[in-house]
Design a protein around this ligand. Structure first.
Ligand code: KG4
Length: 338
């Protein structure tokens, strides 16, 4: 089954063709990152307009690269939530019109379910149940993936997402947007161990996290150094900051694995590209004898193929939608789309 899939929840427009949920026939992405970098973050209205400009040509590219015509497409999938509402609406409306015109089913896909499904593309043998650590610009969740479309949130951030914390902290260190990758590169230039940073716990919810205090601590350290004219060891701060994020994530996902008895752990989302978090997850899983799935870097960030992968399993579960399907800025991972 060939699914034409769209993703437009933030600042990448993406169109892909995926076969049977596991095989990428094409994966076209138009990134707007350079444009938003001028403003130090995503400007929602610009994101929506750029999606409108890019999506039709990107669809042609995805079909051509997959050596497909429109007639070969069996269903159309699109991210319907969560994300910047205007941005999500562009991809979803385009997908609706494609599905309507082609007379094929429309499949709504939750963006985080899509991130998790990137693992099905990278690891053909991976099947639920497993635990997912979904860490992106807007979400930070530990999820029990009981089945392809049956998921339960075990823990998550109470405030900022890990990616947002990376981006905001990177900004005060003078790094460009999005700050995760440059922060990763800067951190590699120092062994760290210089700055004491907070390690938050949420009373009564040991699998929940909080990143806002960590972000504030980095901002305060940078501003204090500037005010008193002291040099800031930016590389050491980047390294200590990354270690603090990893310390919040890795022990909690391991604890969730112990609690649920899951033997497989899959990482997902843009922050899963971080070299230190990847290494810490590898070490922890090796020590506890759990199998770790780390998607390649290109499948960690937003892409259309992951929506096509999850779309296949949503279709098998009967989760198609009518033309009245709406887009949502926020939506729980376990909620039905319509
Ligand atoms: O999954 P994604 O592409 O978009 C969302 O769905 O949010 O994630 C984007 C986030 C950004 O916050 C970016 O800074 C972060 O992923 N990121 C990283 C790295 N590469 C991207 N964070 C830490 N280390 C990285 N190497």
């Amino acid at each position: 089954m060939k699914i034409l899939a769209f993703e437009s929840s933030c600042d990448e427009t993406a169109a892909a063709v995926v076969e049977d949920g596991r095989r990428i026939l094409s994966d076209a992405i138009a990134s707007q990152v350079d444009l938003h970098a001028l403003y130090g973050g995503v400007v929602p209205e610009i994101a929506s307009r750029k999606h409108v400009e890019a999506i039709a040509a990107l669809t042609e590219q995805a079909l051509a690269e997959a050596s497909c015509t429109r007639r070969d497409i069996d269903a159309v999938a699109a991210t319907y939530a969560p994300g910047l509402i205007g941005a999500v609406l562009v991809g979803l409306s385009f997908a609706k019109s494609m599905a309507f015109a082609l007379g094929v089913p429309l499949i709504p896909v939750h963006h985080i379910r899509g991130h998790i499904a990137a693992n099905y593309l990278a690891f053909p043998d991976l099947e639920p149940p497993f635990l997912a650590l979904a860490i992106s610009g807007g979400n930070t969740l530990i999820i029990d993936v009981r089945d392809y479309t049956d998921m339960e949130i075990l823990g998550g951030t109470r405030d900022d997402a890990a990616g947002e914390c990376f981006d905001k902290s990177a900004r005060v260190l003078g790094l460009p947007y999005p700050g995760g990758k440059p922060m990763d590169e800067l951190a590699r230039q120092s062994p760290g161990g210089v700055y004491q940073l907070p390690n938050a716990h949420v009373d009564g919810a040991p699998l929940d996290m909080s990143f806002s205090g960590l972000k504030t601590a980095v901002v305060n350290l940078a501003h204090h150094a500037e005010q008193v004219g002291e040099p800031l060891d930016r590389a050491a701060l980047a390294r200590d900051f990354t270690a603090a994020v990893s310390r919040a994530l890795v022990p909690r996902v391991m604890e969730a694995a112990r609690q649920t008895g899951r033997t497989k752990i899959a990482a997902a989302g843009g922050v899963a590209a971080n070299s230190f978090i990847r290494a810490d997850l590898e070490a922890a899983c090796a020590q506890e004898g759990r199998t770790l799935y780390l998607p390649p870097l290109r499948l960690c960030g937003d892409n259309g193929a992951m929506i096509g992968a999850q779309g296949y399993y949503e279709y098998l579960a009967g989760h198609t939608a009518g033309m009245s399907l709406n887009a949502y800025a926020t939506r729980e991972i376990g909620e039905p789309a319509q």
